[in-house]
Design a protein. Structure first.
Length: 122
């Protein structure tokens, strides 16, 4: 069940109502984990050097079909490795002048819930 997933919210923040670390659970936490995986550079985490993806390093590459293929492959590989609670069903890169957005459709592996995430990459 996706309701069993819980942890610190991303981005990290303090809950103003409680004064404690803000928490997230369920679908929100999985969605936050997908964003975290795709926005973390490989090597950025000292104790987990393989965590993340090379997507942030593509920010200055030409916005063309080659970059689109690289980006989609990087996202697919990173999510397979680091977020096993989802299965990517469709991925599309929306490219505009100076901007790229990844449209990610996925289902939760523990229950038949579909979700969509639109992630700006520039």
């Amino acid at each position: 069940m996706s309701d069993d997933v819980q942890g610190a919210a991303f981005p990290f923040r303090i809950d103003a109502a409680t004064g404690r670390v803000a928490m997230a659970s369920g679908r929100d936490k999985i969605r936050q984990n997908v964003r975290l995986v795709l926005s973390t550079r490989i090597g950025e985490r000292p104790m987990l050097r393989d965590f993340g993806t090379r997507i942030p390093a593509l920010a200055h590459d030409p916005n063309d079909d080659v970059m689109a293929d690289l980006l989609q492959n990087q996202a697919r590989q990173a999510l397979l490795q680091w977020e096993p609670r989802i299965l990517v069903t469709a991925m599309q890169l929306e490219q505009q002048e100076g901007e790229a957005r990844l449209r990610l459709n996925y289902v939760h592996t523990t229950e038949p819930l579909a979700d969509l995430l639109l992630l700006p990459l520039s």
